[in-house]
Design a protein around this ligand. Structure first.
Ligand SMILES: Nc1ncnc2c1ncn2[C@@H]1O[C@H](COP(=O)(O)OP(=O)(O)OP(=O)(O)O)[C@@H](O)[C@H]1O
Length: 685
């Protein structure tokens, strides 16, 4: 099997009157070939070079392009191959000009049709030509010669547009008539960048069927001529809502086209053809059985610079794609064309019925307004008989389905104008409603915030809008502390100690490490004394009140407790559950033990250096303790400025710093002792 790469031709259009340009894009030719050279927009001293097999500058003619790059492809179509030529580029870069042209400068389409008819009549005894024409507008396929169509796949996996009409062409005039009528339906609109901008991708297919009598074969070739809609920068187009929707569809399909090209270049196992109708339909042209030519249209305007570079980069990637062209042949005598655009079962319409009885053309799908429609023309083709293509525009919502085809142009425009008015009124109303809603919401937030500042009650917080509490909740006490608070509230409400005990036990199963539940109890690995018999519990107060004696008990809940004095008998309690159990059992009132400072804090609460003693207050202040009992005599030395998590290290440091300070003051140094590793702890004195 022979392979063929997608051929790339680049064409730079001349500046449009009034367009700002700076000659930063140039076509250069050398012995090694031609290339597009673009100055780097960020550094004009640097240039980017894109070599392509054909490069056409501003002065190039339609004739040149056709003769050099398209005519040879028509040979292939007559050989039974599928050939696809597509014009790609930013909006207003000259795609439609290249493909369709105008009366003075006919483009590829009229030239190709003329050439095909010329060959068909002069070189072949038996050749048939037919045309189909579709557009992809907002990812829907429309038959420009008839109606909206679905895209399908046949059993052989070939993609086709179901029911796409294929109109046999007897003469060049048949084509002119069909093409002219179809172009009136083409979706064209006005943007700031192009007064007659294509709002759809248009795919014209010329079906060529010739009899190869020497081999008794029928060869079925096709020439797909694709005028893609241009990529658009919506900041520049000044698009309204309806144009935006078109633009989004255009940009999305072009982006998928880029992904397809990328995937093909990467040799990916899955090519995302299915992600848009455009790529599905162009599947044959990109990595398929077609011979491809991509005409890369370039706009010289400075505002298009980045898009032009994107176009060229896309072209560079595309030129690596390999297709596997095949000859479509059948061992039969020639008939009327039997397939639609892309190798599908056809809905062939006889020339007579096609051109005489075809229902009136449906209007373009692009929203339009009558006065602009009549002032903006996209004149196409060389054929003098062709009426100008419908030109369109502006802020009109698309309502194609409700416009009956029998209405006159004026009636249609009147309906559209009315629809626009209604739509504009609706949108204004909607915007006003939205504004009011936003104002109300903002006012509600303001009220809630001020309430929460004045009143710290949870009820005030509950009225805040959703989401507003999140940052506040993050600052709330830890779960442990919340639970403790709730337990205390509960405790105060409970007269029945047994109930409280049950609740504590239940709670402990869920939060065994809760501070409240094991307040002032230290866990230890010491050999436990089992208290499996609850009757042992009454002895606990004895244990608790026996100073300087260490007892280790295993509580019914499984927690091992040391009730040594060092773990806080002066603080009283031990395990809260034990205390309540004891109270219940002895029918005594329950007096919760005073809270013992956290172990970590108590450990580091006191530091010593020589005779001097320091302590760390709960507020993290470091104070020097007067040896004696005079609390007033303590002197605040500073604030640690770090959180409690780091207190252990901090304590050591504070102590060390105090030592250093004292040593510095006295000028003493410990002889022979290696200098201590200095650690810097900041104090806010
Ligand atoms: N080679 C050229 N010579 C002279 N005029 C040109 C050339 N190419 C484009 N133009 C003019 O530039 C304008 C924009 O071209 P055209 O409408 O073909 O752009 P486009 O790429 O099809 O835009 P869109 O994607 O918006 O449909 C038209 O007025 C066209 O006549």
């Amino acid at each position: 099997m022979s392979y063929s790469r997608v051929k790339i031709a680049a064409r730079l259009r001349p500046p449009i009157p009034g367009e700002q340009h700076d000659n930063a894009i140039r076509i250069v030719r050398s012995e090694s070939g031609s290339a597009v050279v673009v100055d780097n927009p960020r550094d004009p001293a640097q240039t980017f070079k894109y070599p392509f097999s054909s490069c056409y500058d501003e002065s190039s003619t339609q004739d040149e392009i056709f003769d050099r790059d398209v005519r040879p492809l028509i040979d292939l179509a007559f050989s039974g191959m599928t050939v696809t030529v597509f014009a790609y580029g930013v909006t207003s870069s000259g795609k439609t000009h290249t493909m369709q042209g105008n009366i003075q400068q006919p483009g590829i389409i009229p030239r190709a049709v003329e050439d095909i008819f010329h060959r068909a009549t002069s070189q072949y005894d038996c050749a048939q030509v037919a045309v189909s024409y579709m557009e992809i507008y907002k990812d829907e396929v429309y038959d420009l010669l008839a109606v909206k169509l679905p895209v399908r796949e046949n059993e052989a996996g070939q993609v086709f547009v179901a029911n796409l009409s294929v109109c046999p062409l007897e003469t060049l005039h048949d084509f002119e008539a069909a093409f002219s009528r179809a172009n009136k339906q083409r979706s064209v609109g006005s943007t700031n960048l192009n007064s007659v901008s294509s709002r759809s991708h248009a795919i014209l297919t010329l079906h060529i069927t010739v009899a190869d009598s020497s081999n008794n074969l029928t060869l079925s070739g096709k020439l797909n001529l694709v005028d893609l809609a241009g990529s658009e920068n919506n900041k520049l187009t000044g698009n309204d809502a309806s144009r935006m929707a078109e633009s989004a569809a255009i940009n999305k399909s072009l982006s998928v086209l880029g992904q397809v090209v990328h995937a093909l270049n990467q040799g990916a196992s899955r090519i995302p053809y299915r992600n848009s109708k455009l790529t599905r339909i162009l599947q044959d042209a990109l990595g398929g059985n077609s011979v491809g030519l991509l005409i890369c249209n370039l706009a010289p305007g400075t505002k298009f610079r980045q898009d032009t570079l994107n176009t060229l980069n896309f072209a560079v990637r595309t030129k690596n794609i390999q297709n596997k062209p095949v000859v479509n042949q059948q061992a039969k005598a020639v008939h009327a064309p039997s397939s639609t655009t892309f190798s599908a079962p056809a809905r062939s319409i006889p020339a007579s019925s096609q051109f005489i009885h075809h229902p009136g053309p449906r209007p373009s799908r692009v929203p339009r307004i009558s006065n602009i429609a009549s002032s903006s023309h996209r004149v196409s083709l060389t054929f003098s008989s062709l009426p100008p293509v419908v030109k369109v525009d502006k802020k009109v919502e698309e309502k194609p389905a409700v416009i009956p085809p029998h209405l006159t142009e004026d009636e249609i425009n009147a309906r559209i104008a009315k629809a626009v008015e209604l739509e504009v009124a609706r949108r204004l109303e909607e915007r006003e409603r939205q504004r009011r809603d936003e104002e109300e919401a903002a006012a509600a937030v303001g009220r809630s915030q001020s309430m929460s500042l004045q009143d710290d009650q949870p009820s005030s917080l509950q009225s805040l809008p959703q989401g507003l509490l999140t940052p506040l909740l993050k600052q709330r006490p830890t779960q442990d502390e919340e639970l403790k608070q709730r337990l205390e509230e509960l405790e105060s409400k409970l007269n029945n100690l047994q109930e409280a005990l049950d609740l504590y036990r239940k709670a402990e199963a869920y939060v065994p490490d809760n501070v409240k539940l094991k307040e002032s109890t230290s866990l230890t690995n010491a050999t436990p004394l089992s208290l499996s018999n609850p009757s042992d519990v009454p002895h606990l107060p004895d244990v608790l009140h026996a100073p300087a004696r260490a007892h280790i008990v295993r509580l019914p809940c499984g927690v091992t407790c040391s009730t040594s004095t060092s773990c806080g008998l002066p603080w009283g309690s031990g395990h809260r559950i034990i205390e309540i159990e004891w109270a219940v059992k002895n029918n005594r009132p329950f007096n919760p033990s005073p809270k013992k400072p956290r172990r970590a804090s108590s450990k580091r609460a006191h530091f010593k250096h020589g005779k001097a003693k320091y302590k760390l207050t709960p507020e993290n202040d470091i104070v020097e303790e007067d040896d004696g009992e005079d609390e007033e005599a303590t002197k605040v030395l500073g604030h640690s400025g770090v959180d409690k998590e780091n207190l252990a290290e901090e304590g050591a440091d504070a102590s060390g710093s105090a030592k250093r300070r004292r040593r510095d003051k006295s000028g003493e140094s410990a002889p022979g002792t290696p200098p201590k590793k200095r650690r810097l702890v900041q104090f806010e004195v």
